[in-house]
Write a protein that binds this ligand. Structure first.
Ligand SMILES: [Ca+2]
Length: 253
């Protein structure tokens, strides 16, 4: 190591030069880049909980009438022995009824909207892994044809508002009804269940405008990674005064 007499050099500079001499800076920069990508990916995952309205595809786009719903399942009701996908009903505005949205479709037990005059239950599953269940809230709009509507969370009536639709009324399907769930969430997989009864065919259910508010829970491993990544990035971004110079020219600078 060469030093100009009477001139001091910060300790970090010496550390940097030492890394340079062994190619360590290059490896460190690559590691920093990799960690940054990992952190970005983890952050993007943690910031999003997919919640799907009724009758939409994986991108949230409305499905065609008659399509099977990939997210909402029919889990209980007369003749239901096992969960099956709900179906987008063919007639989205029977007799000019049913409210219309741009982000959902009406679904039921089959495309014709037929069904017995008994309650049916439809389910949306979602994963809260990585989130504090106590910090979660969900809001949206819903409508049913016809009555006895109830929104349940994990098998129980949750905290919130607008969670029932009774008695039988045209308003149940002519108007979007706001609801919110503010409690009753659990860690991991959660079940949002909606029960409704069709008094006379057709029957249908619509859930629109679903959104979720929550706070991610930093995992210990992620926190350690974040610290390492931040340190690596800080070091890699220091000015490279000498890294492209030979020892002789370094002495001149
Ligand atoms: Ca009906």
């Amino acid at each position: 190591m060469f030093h100009t007499p009477g001139r001091s050099r910060p300790p970090t500079q010496t550390f940097r030069e030492s890394l340079d001499a062994h190619g360590g800076v290059c490896l460190f920069r690559r590691a920093a880049g990799g960690l940054a990508l990992l952190l970005l990916a983890a952050s993007a995952h943690a910031a999003t909980i997919p919640l799907f309205n009724t009758g939409v595809d994986g991108n949230g786009n409305p499905l065609a009438p008659g399509a099977s719903d990939p997210h909402w399942q029919l889990i209980a009701g007369e003749g239901v022995t096992a969960p099956v996908p709900a179906v987008v009903v063919s007639e989205q505005h029977p007799s000019g009824q049913y409210f219309e949205t741009t982000d959902s479709m009406w679904i039921w037990t089959d495309a014709s909207g037929n069904g017995a005059n008994t309650p049916y239950t439809f389910r949306l599953s979602f994963d809260l892994t990585g989130f504090d269940p106590g910090s979660v809230s969900i809001s949206g709009f819903w409508g049913i044809d016809d009555t006895d509507g109830a929104i349940m969370l994990n098998g129980a009536a949750p905290e919130g508002s607008g969670l029932t639709l009774t008695p039988t009324s045209f308003d149940n399907f002519n108007i979007q009804h706001p609801f919110s769930i503010t409690g009753g969430f659990v860690a991991g997989i959660n079940f949002l269940d909606i029960t409704a009864r069709d008094v006379s065919n057709p029957g249908a259910l619509n859930v629109a405008g679903l959104s979720v508010l929550t706070t991610p829970v930093p995992e210990p491993g992620a926190a350690v990674l974040f610290g390492i990544g931040a340190l690596a990035l800080a070091v890699s971004r220091r000015p490279r005064r000498y890294s492209n110079l030979d020892p002789a020219s370094r002495q001149q600078s």
